[in-house]
Design a protein around this ligand. Structure first.
Ligand code: NI
Length: 157
């Protein structure tokens, strides 16, 4: 595994729509392992392939239960509403308040191409929405209600 460089906001790669993953090969496995390692190193809860310069529909998430790779993720359900405090590894030190669904159900493929479903609320929902947005070239700041000010940022630490 290797740590990959995380692309920061301002790079046009982050605004592109990613193509589906078609080959479930060693190269994909390597990418997913590297993304998990890079996310862990940065204390992130999610990382999308375009953030490491790969325009394919793959993300890794970790909400405290270990890394899970979601390849070609699709929402089956989105319901309810919650206010979240969101940040992004591509925007270090910036946090904002967003509105996201409270509950999601996602279908994705694993590194071998097998389909599975993941369902959950709160942070899982926020992370799935945030990371899937990256695959469509969307950064959380584009639908943020407001960014946190310096005092509020202190409380995030
Ligand atoms: Ni992000």
């Amino acid at each position: 595994m290797a740590i990959r460089n995380i692309i920061k906001v301002g790079d046009p790669i982050l605004n592109k729509v990613c193509r589906p993953v078609e080959k479930f090969d060693k190269r994909l496995a390597q990418l997913l392992d590297d993304m998990a390692e890079t996310m862990k190193e940065s204390d992130g809860v999610g990382l999308a392939a375009p953030q490491v310069g790969i325009l394919r529909r793959a993300v890794v998430i970790d909400i405290g239960e270990g890394p899970v790779a979601l390849v070609n993720p699709v929402f089956l359900e989105q319901s309810g509403e919650q206010e979240c405090v969101e940040g992004c590894l591509s925007l270090p030190g910036q946090y904002g308040i967003t509105k996201r669904p409270k509950h999601v159900k996602v279908r994705a493929q694993n590194r071998s191409g097998e389909f599975f479903e993941i369902e959950g609320e709160d942070l899982l929902s926020t992370v799935c929405c945030h990371e899937t947005d990256h695959l469509n070239g969307i950064i959380f700041t584009s639908h943020v209600i407001r960014m946190l000010d310096r005092e509020e940022l202190e409380q995030q630490k």
